[in-house]
Design a protein around this ligand. Structure first.
Ligand code: HEM
Length: 294
């Protein structure tokens, strides 16, 4: 298990203070919502049985460390972001989007999750969006909420495969495949969905992306990159790589499937479909379900 790596005493101090204040924050600022990516954060829960059963201090610490890192250990910003993330999760219910809800099969079809244990660090969990296949299916973007719930569901499933206590597998890599995009205008609904998803990722999923590859992007579509990048912060942008030739992906991701220049089997054969929630996530979903019935 990796140690938390502080650069100086102040970072450690901020982290320890924030961590200690978590139970209070959850209680007073998040209406008791106590879950991040399927893990429990509150070690002072009144129900100590639940703490005993589900709380993993090491994971909780690594999760909070990530947020500290994202905001350079600025205590006010870190605290505010934790509150924002938990409140967003309370309202959006991303675990439900990932593990309970059913999505349009045409959307499910273009989302793939793969896992490469032998790949270089933080390229071991890869989520794929074959958005090029949707270029003629514009109606799928009409209902932005539906699209977003599908996309966040995929994100949460990918996160489930990370190991937050390990330095080698605590970020994910993403690929967008735009194969099939030929005559293309940035449709208003696509733009709206894109903008909203980007904004959710930036606000509520800090320090989770390692690299993002955009493949099969014909040179004539480089203008789209120009449009989309206005919504993206600089730090995130620095993780992007655009490749017009999809087969070149294997130069960056040596475990890439044959469709992308690698030696492995095809992408669809690698898709991991049976991602399950954490034990605690399952407990929360069941609890919500019982409350709904009551
Ligand atoms: C992000 C869809 C074309 C570059 C996104 C997102 C969606 C999307 C839904 C939100 C982030 C995500 O889901 O991970 C589409 C569709 C397209 C299209 C449906 C056309 C069929 C393009 C093209 C480019 C491009 C041609 C050129 C390289 C980007 C970039 C982001 C993005 C840079 C930001 C990614 C991020 O912040 O994580 N796109 N896109 N898109 N797209 Fe596209």
């Amino acid at each position: 298990m990796a140690e938390l790596k502080f650069e100086n005493a102040n970072e450690r101090k901020v982290f320890e203070e924030v961590f200690e204040e978590l139970p209070q924050l959850i209680k007073t600022k998040c209406k008791g919502y106590d879950e991040l990516y399927g893990y429990k954060l509150n070690f002072k829960d009144e129900d100590q049985q639940v703490v005993k059963k589900y709380y993993d201090e090491e994971i909780a610490k690594h999760l909070i460390f990530k947020i500290c890192k994202a905001f350079q250990f600025n205590k006010d910003q870190v605290t505010q972001r934790i509150v924002d993330v938990l409140n967003w999760r309370r309202e959006f219910n991303p675990l439900s989007a990932a593990f309970l809800e059913t999505h349009n099969p045409e959307l499910e079809e273009v989302g793939v999750i793969t896992q490469y244990p032998e790949e270089s660090p933080n390229k071991r969990v890869v989520t794929w969006n074959l958005y090029g296949q949707l270029v003629k299916r514009k109606e799928l973007f009409k209902d932005a909420d539906k699209f977003i719930r599908y996309r966040i569901g995929l994100m949460e499933k990918g996160l489930r495969l990370l190991q937050f206590q390990s330095d080698d597998n605590n970020y994910m890599t993403q690929v967008h495949d735009y194969k099939g995009v030929s005559v293309f205008r940035m449709d208003g609904n696509i733009k709206k969905c894109t903008k909203q998803v980007i904004s959710i990722f930036q606000q509520y999923y800090p320090e989770l992306l390692w690299a993002k590859y955009f493949v099969n992007v014909p040179a004539v579509f480089s203008w789209v990159y120009g449009v989309v990048k206005q919504f993206v912060d600089e730090q995130t942008m620095s993780k992007f790589v655009v490749l017009s030739d999809g087969k070149k992906l294997s130069q960056y991701l040596k475990s890439a499937p044959s469709d992308y220049g690698g030696k492995q089997q095809g992408l669809k054969e690698q898709n991991i479909q049976n991602v399950r929630p954490t034990e605690y996530g399952l407990y929360l979903l069941e609890k919500q379900n019982n409350e709904d019935i009551d």
